[in-house]
Design a protein around this ligand. Structure first.
Ligand code: ATP
Length: 363
C-alpha cells in the first residue's frame, strides 16, 4: 500500500482553480520532490497534505486513512518551512524540543532525541544559542532538526534552501542528501530548483499550471521526458529545441530543418515516420553534441559561434543553426573564434522528437 496517495485533488480559491485533479502515489520511505516553476501549485499541494489548506475536491490518504478532514496535528507530519519559522526567544535546544515538550514526553527522552539530531546535523555546539545568533545555514539546520526531532511518519519540506546564497545552498543540498541516508522516512520536498530535485529525489513530480506533467525517477525523466516542458525544465544547460520535419529521402529517414539534416537511427525512423505530424520539434541536449570536425554529414550539425561563456573546464557556446539558436558545450582549451563555423557530431540515440502542436514526445 502506498504511504501517501492523492486522489483527484482539486484546489480552488473562489472561482480560480489552481490544482486540476492531481493523482499521485508515494511509496513507503520514498523521497518525493515536487518541482516546477513559480505558481505551478507545488506549495499548495504540500500545504493541503499538511492540512494547512482545505481540499476543494478529491482526497488525501495517509496509509489507508482519508485525512483531508483531519487537523494538521492528527496527520503525523512534520514540516520545515521556507522561512524556518523558529521561535526567536528560545534557544536551539528549546526550539528543537518544542513539539516533544508539548507532548509531555519524559525529559530524558527529549534530551536524548535532541542530542542525537543535533549531532547528526552538526548543531551540538549551538544548542544554547538563540536563532538570532546563528547564520542562515545554521538556522536552516535548526528548522530541519526541529522537524526531525519529532519522529513523525512523514516530513514535508517547503523550499527549505531558497533563502540561502548559492554556495551555502549547494553545501546544504549535500548535507540534506547525507541526512537522507541516515533517516529513511517518507519525505516530500518542494522546490523550483531542478538540480535539487535531481540530486535529492527518489521520485520527481514535475508540475506546471496546476497539472502533473510527469513523474518518475530522475533518470527516467531526464532520459525519457514525456513532453517538451519536462525536457526543457530538467537539465543544465537546458535542452535545445529546433523546428524540424521528418523526411524520407530515398530510404533513409532524416530529421531536418533550417541549418541541419540528421539521419535518424532505424528504430527512431519508423516511429517518426508513423507519426502524423508534418512538423516536429527536435530536442537535443548540449551534452549530446560533440565537437568533431570530421563527423560525416548525416550525423553532424554545423554551427556558427555567436557567444562563448567560459565556466571553467567547459565553455558554453551560443551558436546559430541557420536562423535558430542552439547551445553546445566545448572544452575551454579548444581554440575557437567568434563567428567561426564548427562541426558537432550528434548523439543520434539521444535525440528527442516532440509533436509541434501538442508538444508531447513522439516514440
Ligand atoms: P512558488 O514557487 O512561487 O511558491 P508554487 O508552485 O508553490 O509557486 P503555489 O504557491 O502553490 O505555487 O500557488 C499556485 C497558484 O495558486 C498561484 O497562481 C497562486 O497565485 C495561487 N494562490 C496561492 N495561494 C492563494 C490564495 N490564498 N488565494 C488565491 N490564490 C492563491
Amino acid at each position: 500500500m502506498p504511504r501517501i496517495r492523492l486522489e483527484n485533488l482539486v484546489k480552488r480559491y473562489g472561482d480560480f482553480e489552481v490544482l486540476h485533479g492531481i493523482n499521485l502515489e508515494m511509496e513507503e520511505n520514498e523521497f518525493t520532490v515536487f518541482v516546477g516553476p513559480s505558481g505551478c501549485g507545488k506549495t499548495t499541494t504540500l500545504r493541503m497534505i499538511a492540512g494547512l489548506e482545505t481540499v476543494s475536491d478529491g482526497e488525501i490518504y495517509i496509509g489507508d486513512r482519508p485525512v483531508s478532514q483531519l487537523e494538521p496535528k492528527a496527520r503525523d507530519l512534520a514540516m520545515v518551512f521556507q522561512d524556518y519559522a523558529l521561535y526567536p526567544h528560545m534557544n536551539v535546544a528549546k526550539n528543537m524540543s518544542f513539539a516533544l515538550r508539548l507532548q509531555r514526553r519524559p525529559r530524558k527522552e527529549i534530551d536524548e532525541k535532541v542530542g542525537l539530531v543535533a549531532e547528526m546535523l552538526g548543531l551540538t555546539k549551538f544548542l544554547h544559542r538563540k536563532p538570532g545568533e546563528l547564520s542562515g545555514g545554521q538556522r536552516q539546520r535548526v528548522a530541519m532538526g526541529r522537524a526531525l526531532a519529532r519522529d513523525a511518519g512523514t516530513f514535508l519540506f517547503d523550499e527549505p534552501l531558497s533563502n540561502l546564497d548559492a554556495k551555502l545552498r549547494c553545501q546544504m543540498r549535500a548535507e540534506l542528501a547525507i541526512m537522507r541516508q541516515k533517516v529513511r522516512k517518507n519525505m516530500i520536498y518542494v522546490t523550483h530548483d531542478q538540480i535539487e530535485a535531481m540530486t535529492l529525489g527518489d521520485r520527481i513530480v514535475v508540475m506546471n499550471g496546476g497539472y502533473i506533467q510527469q513523474q518518475g525517477t530522475p533518470e527516467e525523466l531526464f532520459k525519457q521526458p514525456a513532453n517538451k516542458f519536462v525536457a526543457g525544465f530538467l537539465g543544465s544547460p537546458p535542452m535545445n529545441f529546433l523546428g524540424a520535419k521528418i523526411q524520407d529521402l530515398g530510404g533513409q529517414v532524416f530529421v531536418s530543418g533550417d541549418g541541419f539534416e540528421v539521419a535518424l537511427p532505424e528504430e527512431r525512423a519508423s516511429v517518426a515516420l508513423g507519426h502524423s505530424a508534418s512538423s516536429v520539434i527536435l530536442g537535443i541536449r548540449p551534452s549530446d553534441l560533440h565537437f568533431s570536425p570530421h563527423a560525416p554529414d548525416h550525423e553532424a550539425i554545423d554551427l556558427k559561434v555567436i557567444v562563448s561563456e567560459y565556466i571553467g573546464a567547459q565553455s558554453v557556446l551560443l551558436c546559430n543553426c541557420g536562423a535558430q539558436k542552439i547551445e553546445v558545450e566545448l572544452k575551454s582549451e579548444t581554440p575557437i573564434a567568434l563567428g567561426e563555423t564548427l562541426r558537432f557530431a550528434v548523439n543520434r540515440e539521444a535525440i528527442h522528437l516532440f509533436d509541434s502542436e501538442t508538444e508531447v514526445a513522439i516514440g
